[in-house]
Ligand binder design. Structure first.
Ligand SMILES: Nc1ncnc2c1ncn2[C@@H]1O[C@H](COP(=O)(O)OP(=O)(O)OP(=O)(O)O)[C@@H](O)[C@H]1O
Ligand SMILES: [Mg+2]
Length: 410
């Protein structure tokens, strides 16, 4: 028997995560393998060390493969980094035969894409927001409608060709084909946001290790996306500098004792911190830790608020702010976010689905779960699974390419 194996691969600044899912006809997508490994080759979402990145990907993929008991030949990968630049565009075409076909939709999307972008950038996504047929707007799917003029408004995401190539190269070095590339906050939105939220107008804020990724939705469409080069690592660095302690100790304190709301803490609460080796442990006031983390959170939320204002999206966001990514877990962040951005703010957890264990219900897995869902939609066939049958044994011994030939024959 053959099942459809689907893979999401998130190469993040702090971790590389691989999820293997299986989609059987007429049943729910089921997760059968998970692999996470610390990442050391990225800075602010971009690859800075090829060898280290390949190693991390290899380790995470091996772990997921082992758990799933299947081979992996392709995956949908996520991209972020401060090189990403997005904008809105539009295009218009005349309809020749009175009725709109797929061909016209393709043509109008091409027209919307025909904007001048620097030669070192490539287009990652062209996402339709609405179509307009003659003078009627707000159309999601115009195929079959009558008219003489078709217009489309789109959101275009671009990125640096070489930085994207570096990432793809690292993935392909491990023997995995990049079946699709998706902007990380689009993937996270998929696993975290409900369709009502996207309809109402919502800001998804994915606070990772190296970057904070924004995706703003309204009426079910992506209207803005942006990568801000500030993430959880900056919170940790601030603590390390302020307390004069090693990075690893700062990370431990942030995760176990960190908060961004000093006012809510007892002024007498202290913790013991271990300084650089050879120095004595010290007592530090918890409210001091919260002041340091709070200042960084304040800066981040102010940046987001300014972005919303600059893009004139104030009135569009009626659904509020959803924080996700591992960096969203610092205590008090939603409360502080609500206060600064003046909108309801909550933590967004990935929605559970088939076979998902509790450990995946963590905001740091929002992106990789979204990539898995994305991969499932593109419905590219990856690889076949080896069942305990003689036929599967034979298939298992064949190379990937031969196996796909077999798939086509049988
Ligand atoms: N319980 C926690 N409390 C506070 N912070 C946490 C917690 N767990 C993880 N983090 C922080 O989350 C950040 C990592 O988040 P995540 O795993 O989403 O990043 P990433 O995907 O590797 O990075 P990026 O998306 O920027 O490339 C780290 O800065 C880490 O310190
Ligand atoms: Mg991430």
């Amino acid at each position: 028997m053959e099942r459809n194996i689907i893979v999401g691969l998130d190469v993040g600044t702090t971790k590389v995560c691989t999820i293997v899912g299986v989609q059987e006809p007429n049943s729910e997508l089921e997760i059968i393998g998970i692999g996470t490994h610390p990442s050391h080759g990225l800075k602010k979402g971009s690859v800075v060390n090829i060898d280290k990145t390949i190693k991390s990907i290899q380790n995470s993929v091996e772990e997921a493969k082992l758990m799933a008991g299947v081979n992996i030949s392709s995956a949908t990968i996520g991209v972020a980094g401060s090189h990403i630049y997005s904008f809105n565009s539009s295009g218009v075409v005349a309809i020749k035969n009175g009725e709109i076909t797929q061909y016209d939709v393709d043509r109008v999307l091409e027209a919307a894409k025909a904007v001048v972008i620097p030669s070192d950038r490539e287009i990652l996504h062209v996402i339709p927001q609405e179509f307009k047929v003659d003078n009627t707007g707000g159309i999601k799917n115009p195929i079959g409608m009558c008219g003489v003029r078709l217009e489309v408004h789109v959101h275009v995401v671009t990125g640096s060709i070489s930085l994207i190539q570096n990432l793809v190269k690292c993935v392909e070095q491990t023997g995995i084909e990049a079946q699709g590339i998706t902007l990380q906050p689009i993937a996270s939105s998929r696993s975290v946001l409900s369709s009502e939220e996207k309809e109402m107008g919502v800001v998804l804020v994915d606070i990772g290790g190296g970057t904070t990724d924004l995706a703003i939705w309204k009426e079910g469409s992506l209207i803005h996306s942006q990568i801000i080069p500030v993430g959880g690592n900056h919170f940790t660095n601030d603590l390390a500098v302020a307390l004069k302690i090693p990075h690893a100790e700062a990370e431990r304190i942030k995760i176990n004792h960190g908060s961004v709301l000093a006012e809510t803490l007892n002024q007498n609460s202290h913790i013991t911190v271990q300084g650089i080796s050879g120095t004595k442990a010290r007592e530090v006031q918890l409210s001091y830790v919260a002041n340091v983390l709070g200042a960084r959170a304040d800066e981040l939320f102010t940046l987001i608020k300014e972005q919303i204002q600059e893009k004139e999206l104030n009135d569009e966001i009626t659904g509020g702010i959803v924080l996700t990514g591992g960096g969203a877990l610092i205590k008090g962040l939603p409360e502080l976010g609500e206060y600064i951005m003046e909108r309801p703010t909550k933590i967004g957890y990935p929605a559970p689905f088939g076979g998902m264990t509790n450990i995946m219900q963590n905001p740091k897995y929002s992106t990789v779960l979204g990539l898995l869902l994305e991969s499932n939609t593109t419905k590219s066939k990856n690889t076949s699974i080896n069942q305990n049958s003689k036929e599967a044994d034979l298939m298992g011994r064949l190379g990937d390419s031969l196996r796909s030939v077999f798939k086509e024959i049988f």
